[in-house]
Design a protein around this ligand. Sequence first.
Ligand code: HEM
Length: 466
Amino acid sequence: MCACGLVWCTCALLATLLASFGLIMVPGIEQAAARLVFTHLSGRSLSIAGNVITARHFTYCLGDYLGCVKDEAARDMVNLFMWETGIGEFVPFSPNQLMNGDGVLPLHFSHAAYREVAYDLLAGRPPDMMVFSNKTSLPAGVMPDFEPDILLNLDTGSEEHTNRRKLLADMLPALAKDRSSGDEHFRVPTGVEASAAVISGATMGGLKRKVFDTVGYNLFDWLFEVNVENELAELFEYDGILAPLVLGIPAMSFQGRRMAKIRMTAFDKVTHSRVGKAFMRAADDRGMDGQKRLSEMVWIAMFAGYGGTGNLAFETIKRILTDPAKYTALFRSDPEAFMLEAARLHPPVAGMNPMAYRKDTYHKLATGKTMKVEAGQIGVTFSSAANKDPQVFRDPYNFVPGRENAERLLSWNNEWGDFSRCDTVAGCPEAPRGCPGTFLSMRLVTATVDFFVGGIEGGLPLKQEL
Ligand code: HEM
């Protein structure tokens, strides 16, 4: 009888939990639940309930993190914490962060609040984080081979940060804003076709692979003058392992070993290239360790360079396929304006690596709470929300290439317009921490989308089931 009662109670509890989870699939109910949770809970209970809401977003979005989950989370932040305040509480859905750090973090989500951090000339960075993973908990092979401290871990304005950025700007001509057309030849790797038949017949996974192969092939050619045609499958595999780690999902040691092996093949090619050799020599001449610096650069190229640019190209092509006639015409009329707008609405990187507060800070939140953040604690920024701040972008959800304030997007951390005015991609006081790959990724993503648009146009009118 007792055992029966226990089973019955457990079943009833599970059924109630499942029904509640089902109910929060309805957007209005989810928003009300999020309001209750973030207004009345704190500490561990907020952390647990916040993660249930995130699990709801992943279920609702069928796992599409870039194309949907980020937007759902951004909508919650704005509904709860209001644009005017711009700072809210964020529950990272990172098991790694939950085990090794704080369960609730301050989130800078409005355009002004994001800028406050990204333009801070002395912004602090936690030395031990790789986005939402604590580096000490990552297996060997995930971080760069010779030194786990990467640019993302260095405080803005520190001597080391400034010197490393100058090295990139001086020794990697492909990062420059302006390149003559003879310097970069866009090529299509063997096996990638963009005919209408191929695009309409491809699964989303198959199309993604073609887009990423095209990006990876040209990225390594333009950046290092290295041919990685034979390594494209491994680059794609590497990105598939790295992406969950960025979100703080724990990794196995065999995954670390596999990443190290794949990266070493690419690194080996780059060390033997003309660009790689000159880069290492210049680093040594400046009192740095050339091998460590080049290894860091290859690591970043395989992370933000390949993954960031690949995802932006893929998300843009997905948007184009929702209304091929409209979007291909818009693209053709001004490709750069089109891509800036695509990067505003589909930022492939959620924001910066976490920042570290340098002094105790109190945030008065729109939910009525006051959030105390102690010196050393981490905080996060969120470009998916900041880029849709109606205080800067009118009708922010509409796709309007060439819109007013088009250059104020924060997808590359500092506004495109501000960063463009720096003399080099090392940065300048007006834009101290823009992504050094801003202009390279823009040229590459435009060329890649142009190639696939050619195929899509060939099949107009296309069936729109993709
Ligand atoms: C669409 C593609 C890309 C996006 C959206 C993007 C975005 C970003 C963002 C938001 C940051 C700031 C991170 C932080 O300060 O913590 C960053 C940093 C960085 N990105 Fe990119 N990136 C892209 C492509 C690239 C490419 C192609 C490269 C070069 C191959 C690159 C190299 C870097 C480097 C070296 C940093 C570190 C800068 C620093 O910490 O000072 N990125 N990127």
